[in-house]
Design a protein around this ligand. Sequence first.
Ligand code: FDP
Length: 341
Amino acid sequence: MSHTLENTNRIITLDEFIIRRQNDFEYSTGELTALLRDIGVAAKIINREVNKAGLVNILGMDGAQNTSGDVVQKLDIYANQKLIECLQNSGECAGIGSEELDEFVELPRLAHKTPHYVVVFDPLDGSSNIDVNVSVGTIFGIYRRISDPSGGITAEDFLQKGSNLVAAGYVLYGTSTLLVYTTGNGVNGFTLDPSIGEFCLSHRDIKMPKSGLFYSVNQGYYLKFDVEMRRYIDHCSDMNYGLRYIGSMVSDIHRILFQGGIFLYPNTRKYPRGKLRLLYECAPLAFVVEQAGGRAISLGRNRIMEIEPKSMHQNITIAIGSPDTVTEMEQFLEKYAVRPV
Ligand code: FDP
């Protein structure tokens, strides 16, 4: 009698997984597959540099400020460059929009390629944490371009609502390095195995808890929040919800994804329209969280995925996390009638 040996514990690498899932895409030509692989390569290179940040003279402020007024650090610039370089590998990316750049950039065309996609990213989110060895992340989103692929890219290719995203995800450079992404068919996570230099499937079909007992907000701004938001935060405290705030959006949302709860960045006096960027941070993470069963809304109570960006660096308020916890917060705002932002 012959036996078929099936190894159910065998390692599935990110590349293998992406190729296997290729047929899930509406336009399954291998272009999106190639783009996701390019991002995987960039993530490995950025990871290598983040890990040795304390050893080489790459750490610390560059001194410049980006369009959103944040101080740019050297590693941000490095991560930005590497993503741009890697996205040119396959020739499938027509252009990029980056949190670190004022304008979108058209990428050089490879011979015989007609790229149909643009990529938006925050190359190193939470970068003010690098100096103190706290986890940071990369956030990315991929849109199919609207403009005629035979011509140049336009702003409209980027100013699309999140519901048009064809893929999105993040890389968390933490105690281990994890790449989490969705193409609209659930969310999967891959942990980097440094010994073989591959992202390996470690978190299959991630589903977030329906509610959670953690809230994540910069409570230092409490007095700068609208009274309605202060009431909700008082409620979290009354209910003994645990406050967890790393100050690195990818890390904070990663915790919420696995343990449940809510992440908030409301309007403050300093940031009357919120601080976080719709295009580079909020929409891609909303896609991931919704695909894992969660919710993501602005404090004007619009679904983040339905908000059409008016400019590349538009800021927005956000409440994102477990569906029941976000709904509970929403009911609070409705009850105390927060002003739409
Ligand atoms: P950073 O400025 O360090 O890049 O997107 C910006 C961001 O970090 C998020 O990662 C983080 O959640 C937030 O800002 C922290 O802002 P506050 O310091 O105002 O809380």
